[in-house]
Write a protein that binds this ligand. Structure first.
Ligand code: ADP
Ligand code: MG
Length: 389
């Protein structure tokens, strides 16, 4: 059953009626640019085919009543007019925070009954949180008669929900990818100007494909390591006399930093920003794409593996399961692979060529080490949030 159908049938069993509509929003994977967002740099995410669906109908009692197939038995019931950060514990804070942030932005929000279903794995670094926020944001704006809110504005509202209502200090990438994604494209996002543009991205046309490996190691983005990396980047920028590390384009400049840790952190950010632009240049080169698309994806694969090494050795946010998955995938013939997300758990993105044995190799390696078996997911660049048919 698709998440849209799942949400529709959950709505019927929770609320005994049909919803007024169903809205879906995808999770995302980030092709290149990790820990560059809060440094004002570039990221290159794309929307996944996996989505979170929100079936919703307006209510007259100014309450927000929520149920989710992924949280069985836990119905959330909150008064719309009493919403404030801290008011809803647990998962209800994501949709509740969206209602709160929409109202704070001056949008009309009605009371609503909401049923949720999803095939985006939660906590795997694929941004199930943004998928939930963005589907809720579309549902509530449409039910509230707010008309079409411009997508970048909606992304900022959903981000505010996550930052201020849920309390997770994430950047704008996840919500932008979920709302602005387009099938067959990646989204180049400039985190300094917040400008974005679509870049053609269709590995399938060149016989390549993307596979996500959920390493089943849990991540804790709210943990101290994330805050420490941010502080280290700010300190490196200050010592280099620039407003943010985005301003540095020549990796040699970071050698001026005396502290070896700050030097490594800055080197990752500067080289990863460069890798985003290198990938974009490869994808935009019509001569190379039409003739030997396979070679373009081979080069992108090499950049992915370089990025992993940079995240592992310079930024020091990788984890053993990710390192083993990348090594096994590349050893089995993949074009390249890297950890994605904040680090310390979550998923690995593999750019795979024809005829490789990535699944078998990675599964065998995990079994050999006695780790929980990894999950594999096909990653296809898909359309962003929309109303379901
Ligand atoms: P990620 O965004 O990488 O998947 P997060 O920790 O940011 O991981 O968000 C996961 C959290 O979002 C879950 O623990 C849950 O609170 C909430 N969430 C995501 N999807 C759903 C869903 N379908 N139903 C209910 N809550 C969800
Ligand atoms: Mg998240």
């Amino acid at each position: 059953m698709s998440p849209a159908d799942g949400a529709r049938s959950l709505f019927a069993s929770c609320f005994g009626a049909a919803p007024a509509g169903v809205w879906v929003a995808p999770g995302r994977a980030n092709l290149m640019g990790e820990h560059t967002d809060y440094n004002g740099g570039f990221v290159l995410p794309f929307a996944l085919g996996q989505v979170t669906a929100v079936a919703a109908a307006p209510r007259a009692d100014r309450r927000l009543v929520l149920c989710s197939r992924q949280q069985p038995g836990l119905v959330v019931d909150a008064a719309l007019d009493d919403l404030a950060p801290g008011a809803i514990p647990g998962w209800g804070a994501y949709p509740g925070g969206v209602a709160w942030a929409l109202r704070a932005a001056g949008r009309k929000v009605p009371g609503a009954s909401i049923a949720i279903d999803s095939d985006v794995p939660a906590g795997a670094g694929l941004s199930s949180s943004a998928a939930l926020e963005c589907a809720t944001a579309l549902a509530l704006t449409e039910l509230g008669g707010s008309g079409l809110v411009p997508r970048p504005e909606l992304a900022a509202i959903a981000r505010r929900a996550e930052n201020e209502f849920v309390g997770v200090p994430s950047g704008i990438m996840d919500q932008s990818a979920s709302l602005l994604g387009r099938a067959g494209h990646a989204l180049l996002l400039d985190c300094r100007s917040l400008e974005s543009c679509q870049v053609p991205f269709d590995p399938g046309s060149a016989g390549a494909r993307l596979v996500l490996i959920d390493t089943r190691a849990t991540h804790a983005l709210t943990g101290g390591e994330y805050a420490r990396r941010r502080a280290e980047c700010e300190e490196a920028a200050r010592l280099l006399g620039v407003p943010s590390l985005r301003a540095v384009t020549d990796p040699a400049v970071v050698d001026r930093l005396a502290d070896p840790v700050l030097r490594r952190r800055a080197r990752h950010v500067v080289t990863d920003d460069n890798r985003v632009l290198q990938v974009v240049a490869l994808l935009r080169d019509p001569a190379r794409l039409s003739g030997e698309g396979g070679e373009v994806y081979r080069e992108i694969g090499r950049l992915l593996t370089q990025a992993h090494e940079s995240l592992r050795d310079d930024f020091e946010v990788s984890w053993p399961e990710a390192d083993a998955a990348v090594a096994a995938a590349v050893g089995a013939g993949a074009f390249g692979a890297r950890m994605i997300g904040g680090g310390f758990g979550g998923s690995v993105l593999v750019l795979d060529g024809p005829g490789s044995r990535v699944r078998t190799a990675v599964s065998e390696e995990f079994a050999r080490r006695g780790w929980t078996a990894p999950d594999f997911l096909e990653a296809i660049a898909s359309d962003g949030a929309r109303r379901a048919a």
